[in-house]
Design a protein around this ligand. Sequence first.
Ligand SMILES: C[S@@+](CC[C@H](N)C(=O)[O-])C[C@H]1O[C@@H](n2cnc3c(N)ncnc32)[C@H](O)[C@@H]1O
Length: 266
Amino acid sequence: MAEYFSRDWLALREPADHAARPESLLGPLNDALAECATPLQIVDLGSGAGSNLRYLAPRLVGPQHWTLMDHDADLLAMIAEPDGAVTIARQVTDFSAGPPPIPHDTSLVTASALLDLVSADWLDRLVTMLTQWPVPVLLALSYDGRIEWSHPHPADEHVRTAVNCHQRTDKGFGPALGPDAADYCAHAFADKGCRVMIETSDWQLGADQAVLAAALIGGWAEAAAEMEPQARPMYQEWASSRRRDIADGQLHLSVGHCDMLVLGKH
Ligand SMILES: C[S@@+](CC[C@H](N)C(=O)[O-])C[C@H]1O[C@@H](n2cnc3c(N)ncnc32)[C@H](O)[C@@H]1O
Protein backbone atom coordinates (compact mmCIF):
# COMPACT_ATOMS: atom_id res chain seq x y z
CA MET A 1 0.00 0.00 0.00
CA ALA A 2 1.62 3.28 -1.14
CA GLU A 3 2.14 5.84 1.62
CA TYR A 4 0.99 9.43 1.19
CA PHE A 5 1.73 12.12 3.76
CA SER A 6 -0.40 15.20 4.33
CA ARG A 7 1.11 18.65 3.83
CA ASP A 8 -0.14 19.58 7.31
CA TRP A 9 1.78 16.70 8.93
CA LEU A 10 4.99 17.51 7.04
CA ALA A 11 4.69 21.21 7.97
CA LEU A 12 4.05 20.30 11.61
CA ARG A 13 7.12 18.11 11.90
CA GLU A 14 9.52 20.37 9.96
CA PRO A 15 10.68 22.60 12.88
CA ALA A 16 11.34 19.54 15.07
CA ASP A 17 13.17 17.86 12.19
CA HIS A 18 15.39 20.87 11.54
CA ALA A 19 16.14 21.40 15.25
CA ALA A 20 17.11 17.74 15.61
CA ARG A 21 19.58 17.47 12.75
CA PRO A 22 23.22 17.28 13.87
CA GLU A 23 25.59 19.97 12.56
CA SER A 24 28.54 17.61 13.03
CA LEU A 25 27.97 15.76 9.74
CA LEU A 26 28.06 18.96 7.68
CA GLY A 27 31.83 19.50 7.90
CA PRO A 28 32.74 16.05 6.54
CA LEU A 29 30.00 16.35 3.92
CA ASN A 30 31.20 19.75 2.67
CA ASP A 31 34.78 18.43 2.64
CA ALA A 32 33.68 15.49 0.48
CA LEU A 33 31.77 17.81 -1.88
CA ALA A 34 34.66 20.29 -2.21
CA GLU A 35 36.18 18.20 -5.01
CA CYS A 36 32.96 18.07 -7.07
CA ALA A 37 32.23 20.20 -10.13
CA THR A 38 29.69 22.95 -9.54
CA PRO A 39 26.84 23.38 -9.48
CA LEU A 40 26.63 20.40 -7.15
CA GLN A 41 24.12 17.87 -8.51
CA ILE A 42 21.96 16.76 -5.58
CA VAL A 43 19.26 14.09 -5.70
CA ASP A 44 16.69 14.13 -2.87
CA LEU A 45 14.67 10.92 -2.60
CA GLY A 46 11.16 11.30 -1.17
CA SER A 47 11.36 15.10 -1.07
CA GLY A 48 7.75 15.61 0.01
CA ALA A 49 7.18 19.34 0.43
CA GLY A 50 10.91 20.15 0.41
CA SER A 51 11.97 20.10 4.06
CA ASN A 52 15.36 18.49 3.33
CA LEU A 53 16.09 21.12 0.66
CA ARG A 54 15.20 23.96 3.06
CA TYR A 55 17.46 22.53 5.77
CA LEU A 56 20.44 21.42 3.73
CA ALA A 57 20.81 23.83 0.80
CA PRO A 58 21.87 26.85 2.97
CA ARG A 59 24.38 24.64 4.81
CA LEU A 60 26.19 23.34 1.72
CA VAL A 61 28.99 25.33 0.15
CA GLY A 62 28.55 26.53 -3.42
CA PRO A 63 25.94 26.56 -6.20
CA GLN A 64 23.58 23.59 -6.26
CA HIS A 65 21.05 21.95 -8.53
CA TRP A 66 18.55 19.77 -6.68
CA THR A 67 16.48 17.03 -8.31
CA LEU A 68 13.50 16.51 -6.00
CA MET A 69 11.88 13.08 -6.42
CA ASP A 70 8.61 11.91 -4.94
CA HIS A 71 5.49 10.04 -6.08
CA ASP A 72 3.27 12.81 -4.69
CA ALA A 73 3.03 15.48 -7.39
CA ASP A 74 0.95 17.77 -5.14
CA LEU A 75 3.66 17.90 -2.47
CA LEU A 76 6.39 18.55 -5.04
CA ALA A 77 4.31 21.38 -6.53
CA MET A 78 4.26 23.15 -3.15
CA ILE A 79 8.04 23.56 -3.04
CA ALA A 80 9.01 27.18 -3.55
CA GLU A 81 11.88 28.04 -5.89
CA PRO A 82 14.91 28.78 -3.68
CA ASP A 83 16.66 32.14 -3.89
CA GLY A 84 20.22 32.60 -5.00
CA ALA A 85 22.56 29.93 -6.29
CA VAL A 86 20.21 26.97 -5.83
CA THR A 87 18.04 25.63 -8.64
CA ILE A 88 15.53 22.78 -8.48
CA ALA A 89 13.82 20.27 -10.74
CA ARG A 90 10.79 18.30 -9.60
CA GLN A 91 10.49 14.68 -10.72
CA VAL A 92 7.33 12.70 -10.02
CA THR A 93 8.66 9.15 -9.53
CA ASP A 94 7.25 6.09 -7.80
CA PHE A 95 9.99 4.13 -6.00
CA SER A 96 7.81 1.15 -5.11
CA ALA A 97 9.27 -1.07 -7.84
CA GLY A 98 12.82 -0.15 -6.76
CA PRO A 99 15.14 2.81 -6.23
CA PRO A 100 15.08 5.26 -9.15
CA PRO A 101 18.12 5.40 -11.42
CA ILE A 102 20.63 7.98 -10.18
CA PRO A 103 22.80 9.74 -12.81
CA HIS A 104 26.53 9.14 -12.39
CA ASP A 105 27.28 12.88 -12.36
CA THR A 106 25.36 13.17 -9.06
CA SER A 107 27.45 14.81 -6.30
CA LEU A 108 25.19 13.85 -3.36
CA VAL A 109 22.24 11.53 -2.80
CA THR A 110 20.12 12.48 0.16
CA ALA A 111 16.76 11.69 1.79
CA SER A 112 15.04 12.66 5.00
CA ALA A 113 12.44 10.61 6.87
CA LEU A 114 12.37 7.99 4.12
CA LEU A 115 14.67 5.16 5.16
CA ASP A 116 12.38 3.63 7.79
CA LEU A 117 9.64 3.16 5.16
CA VAL A 118 11.65 0.91 2.85
CA SER A 119 12.28 -2.84 2.89
CA ALA A 120 15.60 -4.66 3.26
CA ASP A 121 15.43 -5.75 -0.38
CA TRP A 122 14.83 -2.16 -1.57
CA LEU A 123 17.68 -0.85 0.56
CA ASP A 124 20.06 -3.57 -0.67
CA ARG A 125 19.32 -2.45 -4.23
CA LEU A 126 19.93 1.21 -3.32
CA VAL A 127 23.23 0.38 -1.63
CA THR A 128 24.37 -1.74 -4.58
CA MET A 129 23.57 1.10 -6.98
CA LEU A 130 25.18 3.85 -4.89
CA THR A 131 28.44 1.98 -4.31
CA GLN A 132 29.18 1.66 -8.03
CA TRP A 133 30.83 5.09 -7.90
CA PRO A 134 31.99 7.15 -4.90
CA VAL A 135 28.94 9.34 -4.25
CA PRO A 136 28.31 10.66 -0.73
CA VAL A 137 24.94 9.75 0.77
CA LEU A 138 23.18 11.65 3.58
CA LEU A 139 20.15 9.88 5.08
CA ALA A 140 18.50 12.05 7.71
CA LEU A 141 15.87 11.50 10.38
CA SER A 142 15.40 7.74 10.36
CA TYR A 143 13.18 6.71 13.27
CA ASP A 144 15.11 4.24 15.44
CA GLY A 145 12.43 2.84 17.77
CA ARG A 146 13.16 4.88 20.92
CA ILE A 147 10.33 6.80 22.59
CA GLU A 148 11.18 8.29 25.99
CA TRP A 149 8.90 10.22 28.35
CA SER A 150 9.96 12.48 31.22
CA HIS A 151 7.14 11.02 33.34
CA PRO A 152 6.28 7.34 32.84
CA HIS A 153 2.80 5.93 32.18
CA PRO A 154 2.22 2.19 32.77
CA ALA A 155 1.24 1.62 29.11
CA ASP A 156 4.18 3.50 27.50
CA GLU A 157 6.23 0.39 26.75
CA HIS A 158 3.19 -1.48 25.44
CA VAL A 159 2.48 1.41 23.06
CA ARG A 160 6.09 1.66 21.92
CA THR A 161 6.25 -2.08 21.16
CA ALA A 162 3.00 -1.98 19.15
CA VAL A 163 4.06 1.18 17.30
CA ASN A 164 7.37 -0.42 16.34
CA CYS A 165 5.47 -3.49 15.04
CA HIS A 166 3.35 -1.14 12.93
CA GLN A 167 6.49 0.57 11.66
CA ARG A 168 7.58 -2.79 10.21
CA THR A 169 4.43 -3.28 8.11
CA ASP A 170 4.45 -2.68 4.35
CA LYS A 171 4.67 1.01 3.43
CA GLY A 172 4.66 0.33 -0.30
CA PHE A 173 8.17 -1.13 -0.60
CA GLY A 174 7.61 -4.59 0.97
CA PRO A 175 7.94 -5.19 4.74
CA ALA A 176 9.42 -1.97 6.13
CA LEU A 177 12.68 -1.97 8.07
CA GLY A 178 11.11 0.59 10.42
CA PRO A 179 13.27 1.08 13.54
CA ASP A 180 15.97 -1.27 12.15
CA ALA A 181 16.50 0.75 8.98
CA ALA A 182 19.50 2.86 9.96
CA ASP A 183 21.36 -0.04 11.53
CA TYR A 184 20.67 -2.26 8.52
CA CYS A 185 21.73 0.50 6.12
CA ALA A 186 24.93 1.29 8.03
CA HIS A 187 26.01 -2.36 7.89
CA ALA A 188 25.09 -2.66 4.21
CA PHE A 189 27.26 0.34 3.25
CA ALA A 190 30.09 -0.67 5.60
CA ASP A 191 30.10 -4.18 4.06
CA LYS A 192 30.79 -2.51 0.71
CA GLY A 193 33.82 -0.72 2.18
CA CYS A 194 32.21 2.68 2.74
CA ARG A 195 32.86 4.98 5.69
CA VAL A 196 29.66 5.44 7.69
CA MET A 197 29.10 8.20 10.26
CA ILE A 198 25.96 8.19 12.43
CA GLU A 199 24.66 10.87 14.81
CA THR A 200 21.43 10.94 16.77
CA SER A 201 18.78 13.40 15.57
CA ASP A 202 16.15 12.88 18.25
CA TRP A 203 13.04 15.00 18.36
CA GLN A 204 12.94 16.84 21.71
CA LEU A 205 9.34 17.83 22.30
CA GLY A 206 8.34 20.03 25.21
CA ALA A 207 5.56 22.52 25.82
CA ASP A 208 6.56 24.51 22.72
CA GLN A 209 5.86 21.46 20.50
CA ALA A 210 2.54 20.50 22.10
CA VAL A 211 0.63 20.31 18.80
CA LEU A 212 3.17 17.94 17.26
CA ALA A 213 3.29 15.84 20.43
CA ALA A 214 -0.53 15.58 20.55
CA ALA A 215 -0.63 14.54 16.88
CA LEU A 216 2.01 11.89 17.51
CA ILE A 217 0.13 10.52 20.51
CA GLY A 218 -3.05 10.18 18.45
CA GLY A 219 -1.17 8.54 15.56
CA TRP A 220 0.62 6.13 17.87
CA ALA A 221 -2.60 5.09 19.64
CA GLU A 222 -4.25 4.40 16.27
CA ALA A 223 -1.22 2.46 14.95
CA ALA A 224 -1.04 0.41 18.16
CA ALA A 225 -4.77 -0.38 17.95
CA GLU A 226 -4.36 -1.52 14.34
CA MET A 227 -1.77 -4.02 15.56
CA GLU A 228 -3.86 -5.14 18.53
CA PRO A 229 -7.56 -4.28 17.93
CA GLN A 230 -8.77 -5.93 21.16
CA ALA A 231 -6.60 -3.48 23.14
CA ARG A 232 -8.04 -0.36 21.43
CA PRO A 233 -9.77 0.92 24.63
CA MET A 234 -6.49 0.67 26.54
CA TYR A 235 -4.62 2.60 23.83
CA GLN A 236 -7.36 5.25 23.73
CA GLU A 237 -7.17 5.66 27.51
CA TRP A 238 -3.40 5.99 27.27
CA ALA A 239 -3.74 8.65 24.53
CA SER A 240 -6.26 10.66 26.59
CA SER A 241 -3.98 10.54 29.61
CA ARG A 242 -0.90 11.56 27.59
CA ARG A 243 -2.82 14.43 25.91
CA ARG A 244 -3.76 15.74 29.36
CA ASP A 245 -0.07 15.57 30.36
CA ILE A 246 0.87 17.54 27.24
CA ALA A 247 -1.83 20.13 27.93
CA ASP A 248 -0.48 20.54 31.49
CA GLY A 249 2.81 21.66 29.91
CA GLN A 250 5.01 19.54 32.17
CA LEU A 251 5.78 16.61 29.90
CA HIS A 252 8.90 16.16 27.80
CA LEU A 253 9.00 13.59 25.02
CA SER A 254 12.02 12.36 23.08
CA VAL A 255 11.61 10.42 19.82
CA GLY A 256 14.70 8.60 18.61
CA HIS A 257 16.02 9.33 15.15
CA CYS A 258 19.44 9.25 13.54
CA ASP A 259 21.24 10.88 10.64
CA MET A 260 23.79 8.95 8.59
CA LEU A 261 26.53 10.18 6.30
CA VAL A 262 28.09 7.62 3.98
CA LEU A 263 31.27 8.43 2.15
CA GLY A 264 31.90 6.15 -0.81
CA LYS A 265 34.97 4.12 -1.62
CA HIS A 266 37.70 6.15 -3.35
C1 LIG B 1 7.88 11.03 5.87
S1 LIG B 1 7.75 11.80 4.31
C2 LIG B 1 9.26 12.75 4.25
C3 LIG B 1 9.18 13.90 3.29
C4 LIG B 1 10.37 14.84 3.33
N1 LIG B 1 11.60 14.18 2.94
C5 LIG B 1 10.52 15.47 4.68
O1 LIG B 1 11.55 15.25 5.35
O2 LIG B 1 9.60 16.18 5.09
C6 LIG B 1 8.13 10.47 3.16
C7 LIG B 1 8.06 10.89 1.71
O3 LIG B 1 8.27 9.72 0.89
C8 LIG B 1 7.38 9.78 -0.20
N2 LIG B 1 7.11 8.40 -0.66
C9 LIG B 1 6.52 7.42 0.04
N3 LIG B 1 6.40 6.33 -0.73
C10 LIG B 1 6.94 6.64 -1.94
C11 LIG B 1 7.11 5.92 -3.16
N4 LIG B 1 6.69 4.66 -3.30
N5 LIG B 1 7.70 6.53 -4.21
C12 LIG B 1 8.14 7.83 -4.08
N6 LIG B 1 7.99 8.57 -2.95
C13 LIG B 1 7.40 7.97 -1.89
C14 LIG B 1 6.12 10.42 0.37
O4 LIG B 1 5.30 10.97 -0.64
C15 LIG B 1 6.71 11.46 1.31
O5 LIG B 1 6.89 12.70 0.67
